[in-house]
Ligand binder design. Structure first.
Ligand SMILES: Cc1cc2nc3c(=O)[nH]c(=O)nc-3n(C[C@H](O)[C@H](O)[C@H](O)COP(=O)(O)O)c2cc1C
Length: 356
């Protein structure tokens, strides 16, 4: 019987264990949204994970919504990420870069003055988002993308994926959760379009399907994952029928042979999203959200997922795999330092020691 410490293959990725570090925005990029040496150290410390999914990384200036999140659209950013990849690979780890375009979930002061704010429809994100000083402020009214602009947005993802590979990333993960651009297309309340990208479920999934097809064509399907969280209300999401939307999405992309589906498994009325994924997707699954070691072992032993990911636990436990192996207690992360907004702020970032 398999356990979380056994190796597994997710597409082209041969993981030495099934413990994945979940993507976590930490707001510590440099002034040009470039990964800093501190970020290199942060990821190096966590390299014993079977796979690290990086923090959400914007494919373009318009894709940025938060303060000091890293990008992958400039030479300086690629150079910074290359150092991260080299450090993690030197420890025997693997990396998947999370491509995160926030769409309407964006604060003007957090991004370049000339960066656009775009969405499927001109409907603002109702939830405030922290500005440069960490205080939540209203989001910006987005501009609805014209139909003929959509291939350009997908091309930004493709260029970002190519840059990620050039920087040494082993894979990319399309962030389709948390109310960001792909999910804004998927959800019936944020997508009021009347063209081929809105209306019916088939039309609302089109943006994500085309983005995944393009990414697979550019860097190989077995190096592309997607992240979903059916039914999550974060950033003003309210789909009329998430079970139907995600079943259709997964069925539409299943044949591509992608590396994995990374599921944030939250409770939903009327359906279970892990069951939904298993029924409509034949590829590997990474299960996430609120897992303990015991729960994770059950998930793997019962073959409900091929791998499991941990977010919060990785903040204060850089050696999480070793702690799980030895039964060492888990340290608790300090919420005040989750997002400090300073590229040189090691507090609550790289100063959590290993257990021994
Ligand atoms: C500080 C922090 C930042 C996060 N940033 C991201 C992100 O950039 N992209 C993403 O998909 N999820 C993000 N998440 C969600 C985590 O990846 C994960 O889904 C969530 O924490 C639940 O897993 P857990 O119970 O193991 O923590 C973030 C979570 C935390 C705590």
């Amino acid at each position: 019987m398999n356990d979380v410490f056994s190796p597994v293959r997710l597409g082209a990725l041969a993981l030495r264990n099934r413990i994945v570090m979940a993507p976590m925005t930490r707001d510590r990029a440099g002034p040009h949204d470039e990964p800093t040496d501190l970020m290199v150290e942060y990821y190096r410390q966590r390299a014993s994970a079977g796979l690290i999914v990086t923090e959400g990384t914007q494919p373009s200036p318009a894709g940025k919504g938060y303060w000091r999140t890293p990008g992958i659209h400039s030479a300086e950013q690629v150079a910074g990420w290359r150092k991260v990849a080299e450090a993690v690979h030197a420890e025997g780890g693997l990396l998947s870069m999370q491509l995160m375009h926030v769409g309407r979930a964006s604060v003007r002061a957090n991004k370049a003055p000339d960066a656009d704010t775009v969405a499927p429809s001109a409907i603002p994100c109702p939830d405030p988002i922290p500005g440069p000083d960490g205080v939540p402020v209203p989001t910006q009214m987005p501009r609805a993308l014209a139909t003929d602009e959509i291939p350009g947005v997908i091309a930004e993802y493709v260029a970002a994926a190519r840059n990620a590979r050039e920087a040494g990333m082993d894979a990319v993960e399309l962030h389709c959760a948390s109310g960001y651009l792909p999910m804004q297309f998927l959800s019936s309340n944020s997508n009021q379009r009347t063209d081929a990208y809105g209306g019916s479920v088939k039309n609302r999934i089109r943006f994500v399907v085309e983005a995944l097809e393009a990414l697979a064509g550019a860097i190989s399907a077995d190096r592309v994952g997607l992240r979903i969280c059916p039914g999550v209300p974060f950033n003003g999401m309210a789909d009329a029928d998430p079970a139907e939307t995600y079943a259709e999405l997964l069925r539409a992309v299943d044949h591509l042979g992608l590396a994995y589906c990374h599921l944030i498994h939250i409770p939903n009325k009327g359906f279970d999203s892990l069951e939904l994924v298993r029924a409509n997707w034949s590829g590997p699954v990474i299960e996430n959200c609120g897992l303990t070691l015991d729960k994770a072992q059950d998930v793997i032993a019962q073959e409900q997922a091929e791998a499991v990911s941990f977010g919060f636990a990785y903040i204060a436990n850089p050696d999480l795999v070793e702690r799980f192996r030895t039964g060492a207690p888990l340290a608790k992360g300090d919420r005040d330092t989750f997002y400090t907004g300073h590229g040189d702020d090691a507090r609550g970032y790289t100063d959590y020691p290993p257990a021994c």
